[in-house]
Design a protein around this ligand. Sequence first.
Ligand code: DON
Length: 583
Amino acid sequence: MMSSHSTRRTFFAVVATLAFGLAPATAQDARRAYVPAAPDTVRAVAAEHGMVVAQEKISAQIGADVLRSGGNAVDAAVATGFAMAVTYPRAGNIGGGGFMVIHSADRNEDVTIDYRETAPAATTPQIFLGADGKPDIAKSRDSALGVGVPGTVAGLALALEKYGSGQFTLAQLLAPAIALARDGFVVSDDMADTMPGWHRRLARWPSSARIFSRPDGRPIGEGDRLVQGDLAETLSAIAAQGPRGFYEGPVAEKLAKAVTDAGGIMTPADLKAYQAVIRAPVRGTYRGYDVVSMPLPSSGGVVLVETLNILEGFQLTDLKQGTPASLHLLIEAMKRAYADRARYLGDPAFVNAPIETLTAKDYAAKLRSGISTERATPSKELVSAASSPHEGSNTTHFSVVDSRGNAVSNTYTLNFSYGVGLVADGTGVLLNNELDDFTAAVGASNAYGLVGYEANLPGPGKRPLSSMSPTIVLKDGKPVLVTGSPGGSRIISTVLQVIVDVLDYKMDVAAAVAAPRLHHQWLPDEVRVEAGFPNDVLGELKAMGHTIVEPMGQTSANSIVVTPNGPLGAPDPRTRGAEAAGQ
Ligand code: DON
């Protein structure tokens, strides 16, 4: 018999499927039912020295072990990142990509690593159009054409080489991941929950079915041991040869063959050409704090700083947290910054985006002057429009701090849960469908309903625009908050709300992370609200002209605040399995 908990989850999954016409209902859909805990019942986890807050326990502990053995935050992040490729295959990955923001106290530097997937050289702007010239979402979301050249191996290796403590080799940090893949680990309830929604998609490919199915063909379940022998071999090749063990030679050939056999266009030359990039962060200031976040090809930092700049001109603390007046201002700020995202942002190697303008205080002042404190501005008055569908998926964020004042904020993903669902035969590597983040045609939208224009059309060697927003907030040059989230388009607004709740409303980090969140992304012109907002608050927002609907996608803002007494960690209570592992 199902427990009432799982009955409730199934119920919400079914409702979500009916409501949104989604592909398989998922456990993530159930999280729409998240009802926030009362602020006095959530507690941040304290540690004396360092901490890793990640979405999966084993990997968080592996990172904390590295800290305990004298590693710095980057060493720990690399170990956690590789371990999650084994233990959290829906989003942890070596077949996808992501972004890392580093505050290096050791080197007195703030820096980011862009390891976003890249479109293969044969990509054309029309690649995701059907015969009728219209976007064909099956091509970018469900087929091997959506697979971007993976960046994670190059990104984590680059982070270690440049910003690791020098006390650990890549092979040493890969060792726990290799052991977990080779010897297996016990499937958690949280991972088993994803199978009803995603197993069918995985099982389209025998190479994936072999890993994620029991011998009788049913999906793996809670308590099963998941062994990934091929993945252990691939990780061992990286340990032995560095990134070349992945981007060249037998592994690269098998990756490219798997993609082309499935109808995609990625070649061994595409893999060989892949480069992770060190980029200067997007920087902003907010009420005396420095905000350090991800630059293009993620839109996260620009949209975050633009939104914070708009909000800085309002006395949010006078309005109190969670009141209609304060929520209205958040929504109006989001709407304007997301409109600019759609219009201007794309891969900086291809697009000359007006970043300085968008992140300037005087530009924010101009936008702020168009905000009425009484009425919602219709999105169509901000810029011409197009409509959009929704779909929920997965990504994962972890935050790390060490006792030396270093901090790492890392978000990485396969885009959808388990990416495109294809494990490249003989490698154990699950491949992404990240190229759906391109704009298939001018005015079209991606799976998260994000509309785009020319700046984000597909192109050879181009990186699709992301919303991933790993962020570090500093005071007087020292990290005070490390945060980020999965959630597709909702990532940026999630990070924004955590920052506002901690900095403006002085909320305890656990309460800030647990608090219900809302989201507006310009188009569609609606506010997505989690459960937990009182009806009278929603009623007042409606009266101001806001259209209120259910949220989409899953957010999970695993965050850390740093206090004089040590770090305080907030694993997001929306999802089971998140862990704050302290040292
Ligand atoms: O890069 C992006 O913005 C998306 N591919 C992230 C996907 C995501 O967060 C899905 N998670 N719920």
